[in-house]
Design a protein around this ligand. Structure first.
Ligand code: ZN
Length: 132
């Protein structure tokens, strides 16, 4: 397993991590296979979505805040229940096919680290499995 850290800049932040993941796959020498990207946190997650228009991630933040407001009469005393719920909504891991040594993402897709209780320094765990 490999890992790298991500410094987030605000309470909610979507940080592109394609480059770091691709670099680790190259370091591992994986040409054909699959890579799992796992986020070992309870108030952050990972998703794949549009990389061209930054308004898409801005709108994702807007929608998530609408569905799960920060203040909501929650029970969890730490006060960050909304971040926990959003982390479960986006999920803790994604898998991407690796072919020809490259991440097989669609033209408009990127991997996004999703921060919901930042700013913080976070970890991303990456495990590539070579085919055959
Ligand atoms: Zn908490």
């Amino acid at each position: 397993m490999k890992n790298f850290s991500v410094q987030t800049r605000s309470r909610t932040d979507f940080v592109k991590i394609d480059h770091q993941v691709a670099e680790l796959i190259a370091d591992e020498g994986i040409a054909e296979g699959v890579v799992t990207v796992f986020i070992p946190h309870t108030t952050a997650g990972v998703t794949i979505n549009e990389n061209a228009d930054p308004d898409v991630t801005a709108d994702m933040e807007l929608v998530l805040d609408r569905v799960v407001p920060w203040e909501g009469g929650y029970r969890h005393l730490e006060g960050n229940t909304a971040a926990h719920v959003k982390a479960s909504m986006v999920g803790s891991s994604v898998q991407v096919i690796v072919s020809g040594g490259k991440l097989m993402l669609g033209t408009w897709q990127s991997l996004y680290f999703c921060e919901f209780d930042g700013p913080r320094t976070r970890q991303v765990w990456v495990k590539g499995i070579a085919e055959g």
